[in-house]
Write a protein that binds this ligand. Structure first.
Ligand code: FMN
Ligand code: FES
Length: 597
C-alpha cells in the first residue's frame, strides 16, 4: 500500500457530482501528473461532505483544509500553489460574509463546529465504494461484537437502554419495536430499511447511503440477529440512482467479505439483504404501503393493527426502520447505551440529521445533538438568513410538519418540544423562511403536494385535502371569507380523525400551524385583499418608483411580456394589463425601483 503525504477528499455526493466533481477529479489528476505528484498525493472520492451549498468541495488531509466552489479553471493554480509549493489558496477557502476573513480549517467553519456526527460519522472520510476504507474507520466492529459475544436479548436491551427512537418520522422507541417483532412466534421474520425519503427538500437518507452504505448494512445485520430475521430488504427511492449504485456495490463487497450470507464471520448466523426500488410515490414510505409495494401490489396503506411487527411482508412479522436509525445502531452497540444516552434530552437521546435548506446562508446536511436550539442551527450552523433579511419561520417535519415562528427560535429541539410547538421532528427536513415568504402560500404548497400524493383509498384524505387546498387557493386569490377559517379548522379535524394512514391524518398540519402563528396573514388576504409578503399574484401589483428608476433598461430587456415601456433616459412604466407578475423586474433591479404592493 502506498504511503501518500496528502489525501484530497473530493466530494462525490449527488450535489457536488452535479456541479462537476468528476471533471475536477480529472483535472486534478492531470495537474498532479504534470508536476509528478501522483505518487505523493491521492485523490479520494467521498460521499456528501454536508456543506452542499458550497459544492464542489474538497478537504485536504492531514491539514483539514477546506476548499469550496471548485471549478476546473482553478485547479492548475491550486495544484501548483498548495500541493507543490505548500501555500494554501485563500480565495478558494470559505469566507464568512461577516468579517470576510478566509477560514482555512474545516473544523473552524461555523457550519461544522456545532455538529456532532454519529450517523454521519464517516462522511467525507472514506471512499464509500471501497469496503476496506469503511473497515479501517471501524465498520463491522460492532457487528463482530454483536454476533460473537451478545445474545439477541442483550442486543435488544442495549438498544432499549440507549433510548434510540426511530428517525423516520414518528420517533417510536427502536428497542421496543425490535422486542415486539422478536417475540412473535414465526419461523420467518423480515427486517426492512426504509430509504424511500419522499419529503420535498429532504436528502438525509440519500446522503447516508451515498457516503457510508456499510453503516446501514452493519446496523441491519445487528438488528437481524436481535430480531431473529434471516432476510432483509432495502427499500430505496426510485429517484436515487447513485445511492442505489453505491448500496449494490456495498452489498456485493460485504458478501465477498463474508459479512452477508451464511455463517457471517463464523458466528453461525445467516442473513442477507435485497434491494427493492421504490415505486415513485410519497406514500410508498408509509410502512404498510411499503410492504404492499415489496409484495408487488400498488402501494396503498392499510389499517393498523395489525402492525408490521406482527404481520408484515407476506403476513410475516416485519421490523421496519429508517436509514438513519439503522446507521446509528452500530455505534450504540460498540460504544454502549450509556454513552449514547448521555447525548440529547430527557426524552430524545442522541443526535438527529437535518437537511437544512431554504433562505439560510449555509444550506446542507447537518447532524446535531438533540436539545440544540433552532437559533443555533439557523444562525451558528446555517450562518443566518440569506441577504441578511428577517427570519420569519422554520418548517420542520416535511410536508406534514409545521411552521415555527421567530418567537420560538430558542426552542431546544426534541420530539416533544417540536410537537408542543405545533410541528414534528419528522424525518429531518428543515426549511428556513424569510420575510418574503407568504405563510398562506406555504400552506398551499404543502397541501398541493399532499393532495397529489394521497393514494385516494380513503375519503377523508382524498376529498378532504382537496377541499382544504381549494379553500386555501381561494384565500390566496383574494376570494376567501372570514368564515372560511373556521370551516377550514373543522375540516382539518375531520381529515385528521378520518384518515386511514398518517399521510392524511397529518396533512392538515401546514394549515393548523400557519393558522396558529400567522392567522393575521390569512386575515390580511381575506379582509384587506393584500398579501403582506407580496407573493400571492392575485393580490399584488408591480409598479416602478420614478424617483428610483435610473432607466438602465434591464427590466425592459428582460420582461417576458414586453410590459415595461417608456422614453429613453426617463423612468419606465409597467403596463398592468400586460404584466403577468413574474417578478423578473423586481429580481433584476439594482436600484430598488420596482415596488410590489
Ligand atoms: C406518508 C408517509 C411517508 C413516510 N415516508 C417515510 C420515509 O420515506 N422514510 C421513513 O423512514 N419513514 C417514512 N414514514 C414513516 C414509516 O411509516 C415508518 O414509521 C418508519 O419507516 C419507521 O422507521 P423508524 O422507526 O426507524 O422511524 C412515512 C410515513 C408516512 C405516513
Ligand atoms: S454533495 Fe458535496 S457537500 Fe453535499
Amino acid at each position: 500500500m502506498k504511503n501518500y503525504r496528502m489525501h484530497l477528499m473530493l466530494c462525490a455526493g449527488t450535489g457536488c457530482v452535479s456541479n462537476g466533481s468528476y471533471r475536477i477529479k480529472a483535472s486534478l489528476q492531470k495537474e498532479l501528473e504534470k508536476h509528478n505528484l501522483q505518487n505523493e498525493i491521492a485523490i479520494i472520492m467521498t460521499g456528501c461532505n454536508g456543506f452542499c451549498a458550497q459544492g464542489p468541495v474538497m478537504v485536504v488531509q492531514p491539514d483539514n483544509i477546506f476548499y469550496q466552489l471548485l471549478s476546473e479553471k482553478v485547479i492548475p493554480h491550486l495544484v501548483e500553489e498548495h500541493f507543490l509549493k505548500g501555500r494554501p489558496v485563500k480565495k478558494l477557502m470559505y469566507i464568512p460574509s461577516a468579517d470576510k476573513i478566509p477560514i482555512p480549517k474545516m473544523s473552524e467553519i461555523g457550519f461544522f463546529k456545532k455538529q456532532r456526527l454519529i450517523a454521519l460519522r464517516n462522511r467525507g472520510l472514506i471512499d464509500p465504494e471501497i469496503i476496506d476504507e469503511a473497515i479501517a474507520r471501524g465498520a463491522y466492529k460492532a457487528c463482530l461484537k454483536a454476533l460473537n459475544s451478545m445474545t439477541p436479548e442483550e442486543i435488544r436491551k442495549e438498544i432499549k437502554d440507549s433510548g434510540l427512537r426511530g428517525r423516520g418520522g414518528a420517533g417510536f422507541p427502536t428497542g421496543l419495536k425490535w422486542e415486539i417483532t422478536a417475540k412473535q412466534a414465526s419461523e420467518k421474520k423480515y427486517i426492512v430499511c426504509n430509504a424511500d425519503e419522499g419529503d420535498p427538500g429532504a436528502f438525509m437518507d440519500r446522503s447516508i447511503i451515498e457516503s457510508d452504505p456499510h453503516a446501514v448494512l452493519e446496523g441491519m445485520i445487528i438488528g437481524a440477529k436481535a430480531i431473529g430475521a434471516e432476510q432483509g430488504y432495502l427499500y430505496i427511492r426510485y429517484e436515487y440512482p447513485l445511492a442505489l449504485e453505491r448500496m449494490e456495490n456495498a452489498i456485493n463487497q460485504a458478501r465477498e467479505y463474508g459479512l452477508l450470507g451464511d455463517d457471517i464471520l463464523g458466528s453461525g448466523f445467516n442473513f442477507d439483504v435485497y434491494i427493492h426500488r421504490g415505486a415513485g410515490a410519497f406514500v410508498c414510505g408509509e410502512e404498510t404501503s411499503l410492504i404492499r409495494s415489496i409484495e408487488g401490489y400498488p402501494p396503498e396503506p392499510r389499517i393498523r393493527p395489525p402492525f408490521p411487527s406482527e404481520s408484515g411482508i407476506w403476513g410475516k412479522p416485519t421490523n421496519i426502520n429508517n436509514v438513519e436509525t439503522w446507521a446509528t445502531v452500530p455505534v450504540i452497540i460498540y460504544r454502549g447505551s450509556k454513552w449514547f444516552s448521555q447525548i440529547g434530552t430527557e426524552t430524545s437521546k442522541g443526535t438527529k440529521v437535518f437537511a437544512l435548506v431554504g433562505k439560510v446562508k449555509n444550506t446542507g446536511l447537518v447532524e446535531v445533538p438533540m436539545g440544540i436550539t433552532l437559533r443555533e442551527i439557523i444562525y451558528d450552523i446555517g450562518g443566518g438568513i440569506e441577504n441578511d433579511r428577517a427570519f420569519k419561520a422554520v418548517q420542520t417535519g416535511g410536508p406534514s410538519g409545521g411552521c415555527i415562528p421567530s418567537s420560538l427560535l430558542d426552542l431546544p429541539i426534541d420530539y416533544e418540544q417540536l410537537a408542543e410547538a405545533g410541528s414534528i421532528m419528522g424525518s429531518g427536513g428543515m426549511i428556513v423562511m424569510d420575510d418574503s415568504t407568504c405563510m398562506v402560500d406555504v400552506a398551499k404548497y404543502f397541501l398541493e403536494f399532499l393532495k397529489s400524493e394521497s393514494c385516494g383509498k380513503c375519503t377523508a384524505c382524498r376529498e378532504g385535502i382537496d377541499v382544504l387546498y381549494k379553500m386555501v387557493v381561494q384565500i390566496c386569490d383574494g376570494n376567501g371569507t372570514l368564515e372560511d377559517i373556521s370551516v377550514m379548522q373543522e375540516l382539518c379535524e375531520a381529515i385528521k380523525n378520518g384518515s386511514m394512514c398518517a399521510l392524511g391524518s397529518t396533512a392538515p398540519n401546514p394549515v393548523i400551524s400557519t393558522l396558529q402563528y400567522f392567522k393575521h396573514e390569512y386575515e390580511a388576504h381575506i379582509k384587506d385583499k393584500k398579501c403582506p409578503a407580496g407573493v400571492c399574484k392575485a393580490l399584488i401589483t408591480f409598479s416602478i418608483i420614478p424617483d428610483n428608476c435610473k432607466a438602465c433598461m434591464l427590466c425592459v430587456k428582460n420582461c417576458p411580456q414586453g410590459a415595461i415601456t417608456g422614453e429613453k433616459k426617463q423612468p419606465q412604466k409597467i403596463e398592468q394589463d400586460k404584466c403577468i407578475k413574474c417578478g423578473v423586474c423586481y429580481d433584476l433591479c439594482k436600484f430598488k425601483a420596482v415596488l410590489i404592493q
